[in-house]
Structures are given as C-alpha cells and as structure tokens.
Design a protein around this ligand. Structure first.
Ligand SMILES: NC(=O)c1ccc[n+]([C@@H]2O[C@H](COP(=O)([O-])OP(=O)(O)OC[C@H]3O[C@@H](n4cnc5c(N)ncnc54)[C@H](O)[C@@H]3O)[C@@H](O)[C@H]2O)c1
Length: 424
C-alpha cells in the first residue's frame, strides 16, 4: 500500500481512523480546531476514544495548515454532518472541508468521505466543491470514494479495526485502491459496495433501522405503562422467541441515531416521497423526554412527595453511557421539563467534563459526595460507575423515595425501604 494518507476532521470518528493508519503508515491529521490539534500533539484525546499510549504509538503529523494536505494522495474526510433546527441536513462542515481539501488537491488523489450523509451527497454535493476549488476534474484528475464509519463511541470492543468496513469507489479501479488501503488496517475486512450511493444508503439505514425499532419499544413502553405492566418483563418474555429483536426503550440523543434518519427523509422528500414510518419513529423518540418528565411528576404525586421546593437527583447527562459527549443529549430536555413543573434538579455525571456542562447547558455538575439525600433519584445514563456503585447512589434515596431507572439497571432486591422503582 503506497498511498500517503491524510484524515480531515479528528473527532470521535476521524481520530481513531488516523490512529489506526498511523500505527502502520505516516499520516497527516488535519482539523480546523487548533485547540484540538494542540491537545492531540500533547497526547490527550478529550473524547476518550484513544488512550494516550495509543496516540503516542501512532505516526501522525497533527496540523491545522491545509498545505500539509498537499503531499497526501488518499484523503479521508470525517467531519460532522448535523441537522439544523428544522431537522434538515446541514452540510456546512462537509462542504467547508471539501473546499479545504479541494484547494490542496493534487492530481491522482482519491478523496474518501466517511461522514454519514444521504445517498448522492458525495457525488452531487461534494464533488462540485472539490472540482471548483482544485480546478481539476473528478473522474479524470482525481477520484472519490465513500466508506461509512460504524464506530460506537465508548465501545472498546466494536472498533474501527474490528468492524467490517463498507467501501466504495467511483470506478472499479478506485474501489480496489480504497479496499486495499482500508484492508491494510481493518482486521475484520472490507465489504465492496456496488457504488458510492449504495454505501451511503447502507450507513444511513443502519441508524434509521435502530431509530425505528427503538421508537417501537418507546411506544410499547408508553402503552405498558398505562396498562400497569413492566416493559422489561414483557421484553424478557417475548425475547425468548428466536426471531424477536432485542431493542429497549430509551431516549435517543447524540448525533447519529436521532440525526441520520433526517438525512434519508430529506432525500426522500426531495424525490417526492413522504416517509411515514421513519418520521413517525422520529416523532415518538423526540417525545420521550416529555413523557419521562410527566411520569416522574405523576409518580411523585401518587406517593405524596412534594414537587415545589424539592430536588430530584439525575445521574448522567451525556447522550449515552461511557462517553463524555454532551452534544444533543436528551437528558437536558427532561431536566428543563422538570424545572417547568417547579421541581429542582441536581445533576451528576461520571464521564462528562464539568466545564462543558456549564458552557453548553449552564449546569453545575455535582460529585457523588456533594449529592444530598433525595426523594427522587433518576438513573438516566448507565455509565459504568453507576452500574458498579449503584448501591452507593441508592443509599442517597429517602425511605419513601422513587428510583426512576431509565435503562433498567436497578432491581427490586437492591432496595432497602419502602422505595419504588419506575422503569420505562
Ligand atoms: N460519533 C459517532 O458515533 C459516529 C459514528 C459513525 C459515524 N459518524 C459520523 O462521522 C462524522 C463525524 O462525526 P464525529 O462524531 O467524529 O464528529 P466530531 O464532532 O466528534 O468531530 C468532527 C471533527 O471535525 C472537525 N471539523 C469540523 N469542520 C471541519 C472542517 N471544515 N475541516 C476540518 N475539520 C473540521 C471538528 O473540529 C472536529 O474535531 C459524522 O458524519 C457522523 O455522523 C459518527
């Protein structure tokens, strides 16, 4: 493999990619965020995806200078693909990165996008920008490919190297180069997709499928809650059938599962199809914060626990377990909703950075030792620390209190007094 690799965008996705290649080849690691570059040069990854010793082992030249991309002939782009407040794709970072890469593009280079997009984005949206800023012609002077990232932040088992990598290229020759480059580091091997749009679609439906299935579980949880049966018990019983899919109810935050389906629905609508199932799933999942908050208030009233002048404790603010990532967390919606009912909320998080919680949400995170005794303890995000030390946290709950166990980590046998557990 004689390609000079550069990775543009060194976040949750781009950094592990750069490190994997950097263990075997010399790599250029480019990011517009100079602070991030400084931290990475110092050996620190604030996303906790790469340990300091791994980072030091990788041969990566970290830079914010786009001229450093000129010596690369295999450029991987892994920048964010968010949605705007109207749930429409916001391609700004992707197009900006394409401008940067375009202006440093040399003949013969292959540009591979890893960001999650709708089918068509690479060829219809990104290629014109690359051409404009390079004055080169795609398919003649340079080439594109698409290889979606499938990492799962906080998961040390399913990693860049251990998940089969879907690869695609604009011609069979380009596909072979892309397959070879990724194949040199991905131990699980590569899957050659028929074309770029197929690879783009494959990625976006992985998360759409999860979103819709979680939405079904959330709808069932609302129904079972009204019936008065425990969703977890029902799922355990149904799960004994060989073809019952194992999904559970929960808040869908973050920047993948709750975002990617909107990329697909945007494309569908552009083509004149109004997606019913996908958007219904999105609506259900987006409504779960309100459902959880109102359920907390109802349960408190049932147990005669006062709401005004009382303080609930929330454990976990990040969008999912075992990651410090606070972006697009749905817990903040639960907190705001509870505050609207007049209930105060104390928040703790075993993974998140306090300064970021303050900056993004104006929330002062508390340490375990600073948490007061409470009538209402909400296990919101099952970080490792909460699962391992759940008894220490349960000890903070008053005798008649309620534990809101959003991810099913507490058992009735864990309780000491006349406390109750509410699950989704
Ligand atoms: N995080 C995940 O779980 C995950 C998993 C699979 C796929 N993805 C997809 O991968 C893509 C990247 O996601 P992420 O979570 O790594 O994002 P991130 O926000 O963690 O990181 C993106 C990085 O790109 C940098 N960046 C932004 N604009 C840039 C530009 N114009 N030029 C260079 N660098 C720029 C940012 O400074 C940041 O360091 C998204 O499309 C996402 O949907 C994410």
């Amino acid at each position: 493999m004689n390609r000079n690799i550069a990775v543009v965008g060194l976040g949750y996705v781009g950094l592990p990619v750069a490190v994997a290649f950097g263990k075997k080849h010399e790599v250029i690691g480019f990011d517009v965020n100079e602070e991030r570059i400084k931290e990475l040069k110092g050996g620190h990854d604030r996303t906790n995806e790469v340990e300091e010793k791994e980072l030091k082992k990788a041969d990566i030249k970290f830079t914010s200078n786009k001229n450093d991309l000129r010596d690369s002939d295999f450029i991987i782009i892994a920048v964010p693909t968010p949605i705007n407040k109207n749930n429409q794709p916001d391609l700004t970072p992707l197009l900006k990165a394409s401008e940067t890469v375009g202006s440093a593009l040399e003949k013969g280079t292959i540009v591979v996008y890893e960001s999650t997009v709708y089918p068509g984005a690479t060829e219809e949206d990104c290629v014109p920008v690359l051409e404009k800023h390079s004055n080169l012609v795609c398919g003649k002077d340079f080439y594109v490919g698409y290889s979606p990232e499938r990492i799962n932040p906080g998961d040390k088992e399913h990693t860049f190297e251990t998940i089969t990598k879907v690869v695609s290229g604009q011609t069979p020759e380009v596909l072979e180069v892309v397959a070879k480059v990724y194949g040199s580091v991905v131990k699980a091997g590569v899957h050659r997709a028929t074309n770029i749009k197929v690879a783009e679609a494959a990625k976006v439906i992985e998360n759409t499928q999860r979103d819709v299935n979680i939405a079904l579980m959330n709808e069932l949880a609302v129904i079972f809650n009204k019936i008065g049966i425990d969703t977890r018990d029902v799922l355990n019983a149904a799960g004994t059938k060989w073809n019952f899919l194992k999904f559970s109810p929960g808040l869908v935050g973050g920047h993948c599962i709750g975002v990617d389906p909107y990329y697909l629905t945007h494309k569908a609508q552009e083509l004149g199809h109004h997606p019913e199932v996908i958007l219904a799933g999105r609506r259900i999942n987006d409504g779960m914060s309100k459902h959880i908050a109102s359920s907390i208030i109802k349960e408190m009233l049932k147990k005669n626990i006062s709401i005004l002048d009382n303080t609930a404790t929330i454990l976990g603010l990040t969008f999912k377990e075992n990651t410090p990532d606070l972006r697009n967390t749905k817990i903040i919606e639960v907190i705001n909703e509870l505050r609207e009912y007049g209930l105060n909320v104390s928040v703790s998080d075993a993974e998140a950075d306090s300064a970021e919680a303050k900056k993004y949400y104006d929330i002062e995170l508390k340490d375990l030792d600073d948490l007061d005794y409470t009538d209402v303890l909400i296990f919101a995000v099952p970080h490792r620390d909460y699962v391992e030390k759940k008894r220490d946290y349960l000890n903070k709950v008053n005798e008649n209190g309620i534990i809101f166990d959003l991810k099913g980590i507490v058992e009735e046998t864990d309780l000491k007094y006349n406390q109750t557990i509410w699950r989704l």
